[in-house]
Design a binder for this molecule. Sequence first.
Ligand code: NG6
Ligand code: CA
Length: 520
Amino acid sequence: MIRNFELSFLRLFRVVKAAMLPSLAALLASCSHNTATSKKPNVIIILADDLGYGDLECYGAKNVKTENVNALAEDGLRFTNAHATASTSTPSRYSLLTGEYAWRRPDTDIARGDAGMIIRPEQYTMADMFKDEGYSTCAIGKWHLGLGEETACQNWNAPLPIALGDIGFDYSYIMAATADRVPCVFIENGQVADYDPDAPIFVDYEQNFPGEPTGYDNPELCYNLKSSQGHCMSIVNGIGRIGYMKGGGKALWKDENIADSITVHATEYIRKHKDEPFFMYFATNDVHVPRFPHERFRGKTNMGLRGDAIAEFDWSVGQIVNTLKELGLYENTLIILTSDNGPVLDDGYADRARELLNGHDPSGGMRGGKYSVLEAGTVVPFIVSWPNRISGGDSSNALVSQIDLFASMKELIDASLPIDAAPDSWNSLSTIIGKDYKDREWVVEQAYDHTMSIRNKQWKYIEPSDGPLMIDWGPEIETGNSNVPQLFEMTDNVERENVASVYPDIAVELQETLNEVRGK
Ligand code: NG6
Ligand code: CA
């Protein structure tokens, strides 16, 4: 553990006390009438993976029942113009947890399973903030932000020298990267959970281990899911993965049990910490590939594995909410349910996601999807519930961004931050909890190839880029790239007609704002 006195000492000096004026948090606390409501709220971020704006019933989906998410939206506030900062996982999650745009750093693209820790112990995270304010903190589920000191140098058979405990999480039970990347084991507090000493774990992203089967050589061993693209290296649980791995034994996960494992760890955590404020980062594997939901969700929808994975996600949400209700914690828990990026259908496994849509539109009518700079890449479901403070049943069309969650949570708990923490995060608590409907001045969006866009409520500008018009390695997704500047009027969140030549001043102004944000 690097977290030591030196760091805390430094932080102590770097800390600047929050504003002189009473904060919204203080005002909220002062108008409460009993201790139950003035107690610091628990905070849970439920972060789905690749869940599109149109994938939930309360956002218009017809082919899947998402009653638990619907109920959360009924009790809270449903946003219709909320953005992730990037249309892929690693940069999106990096921004959310650090309050810094991922594109400010060169090493935040989709991470390998053996990536070294991208957020280093010196960097102040949202979890650090909650911890410093007396919260218990945990991360459960998909991580995808690297582990250990250095890429490709981890010893998976011993405690990792640095892990989530060094960036503010008291407890963690995570998948190192994604379900389609090795190592296919859970890591609990920096070491492999259920470690099997008879099956030491080795991981390599360059070459296979002698004698180990791969999806390339032994496709017949991919009995659970076939690849449609890539995913042909090591085979675990009858599914080909990205990266080579050997060993694992009883520690290897079964994909059909991932939702159960992480959900049980989350509900257990809530029970254990019911008497103290807690912050939980609950990042599901659903609905990322390989989609392989438990058999009790099979056939719940007419959309095959992808639809059934949405049903499984909804179940996880229900388990968390029911546990909170049972313990009397629901009213004073602020839940933010959202997704790391937009939807994709065929993302490298032959799960027939496209063929079985049956009229479903994961992107909710927007253009593009995961990976793209178009709206469906980053406009995500965003539901906020906190019965003590939010009366429920409302929706908000305010333009909001996940980058602002850090500063907004700071306001919520009246925290002090080191001076250089969360540099890109702005406080929008009042909008997030529905006290107002103020739009963010602009949001910046990053595509997989780093094409950037900036939009405000009325206009969206996409920088010129020489990238392809469609993703050129598999998923059938429009990128939004063009070699000329693009400007769209965003009346219904759809990029329809490029009007850059009709309103050149607006295009130039947005490009200048983007340059300023970048050059900051
Ligand atoms: C791509 C993978 C895709 C998914 C994605 C990351 C292939 C062919 N495609 O490279 O399956 O893992 O990376 O998704 O390997 S994310 O949501 O974690 O960013
Ligand atoms: Ca994702």
